[in-house]
Design a protein around this ligand. Structure first.
Ligand SMILES: [Zn+2]
Length: 215
């Protein structure tokens, strides 16, 4: 799972944003900017639908499905605008995010943070999911990549939000039970809360978990 931003680069709204290349200084931030003819271009209104389409309405960071009343989507500056003002309107710096991820990360940034549209990024390469709903760095990672996965888990508090971890656990349980009862590998639709649940390893621990759910 990786965000394929390149596919959307040719969209008219993206091209407009890139051509305007607005700069932001210390003034109050606004998503509304003026185009070359003095007309207003509302970045949020024009770009948010594209960002949502890019992730199929999932948060770019925790992957929760955000087209629901509980997870209002916002546009997240991957590099915080308070530290990197020149990136405030950069197309490559904008991601769709759930409220929780935006709030937890705040103005924090690290060069170790994984960027979900980076050519080297793939969710399954960096993370594993456990039956208790936690995400952990993939056991096959090198020390450097493990540090990047750890940094990402920490800055977005991906295991530090009880509601998020509980929701993941519930989704895993549903997936495993469906899988156990259908007897075959089932595909995960885009509308599930987290698309990575199908990555869970079927091992002794998972089977015990299914048994305990069936009791
Ligand atoms: Zn999120």
């Amino acid at each position: 799972m990786r965000i394929e931003r390149d596919k959307y680069n040719s969209r008219e709204e993206v091209q407009t944003l890139k051509s305007l290349d607005p700069k932001w200084s210390s003034k109050k931030f606004s998503w509304k900017i003026k185009d070359n003819n003095g007309r207003w271009f509302d970045v949020r209104k024009k770009i948010k639908p594209i960002l949502l389409e890019m992730t199929k309405s999932h948060c770019s960071f925790c992957d929760v499905f955000i087209s629901s009343d509980f997870f209002h989507p916002s546009i997240e500056h991957f590099k915080p605008k308070s530290i990197f003002p020149l990136y405030a309107y950069k197309w490559e710096n904008l991601f769709i995010s759930c409220e929780g991820c935006t709030e937890k990360k705040g103005d924090n940034y690290s060069s170790y943070l994984l960027k979900p549209d980076h050519k080297d990024y793939d969710f399954e390469k960096y993370f594993e999911i456990l039956v208790d709903g936690r995400l952990v760095p993939n056991s096959s990672l090198s020390d450097c990549r493990r540090a990047m996965a750890d940094c990402t888990l920490k800055l977005y508090a991906l295991n530090g939000r009880n509601d998020l971890v509980k929701r993941r656990k519930e989704e895993i349980k549903n997936y495993l039970l469906r899988r156990a009862t259908s007897g075959e590998v089932i595909s995960v639709s885009e509308e599930v809360s987290f698309r990575f649940v199908y990555l869970i390893k079927i091992n002794h621990e998972t089977l015990e978990f299914i048994e305990s759910c069936c009791k």
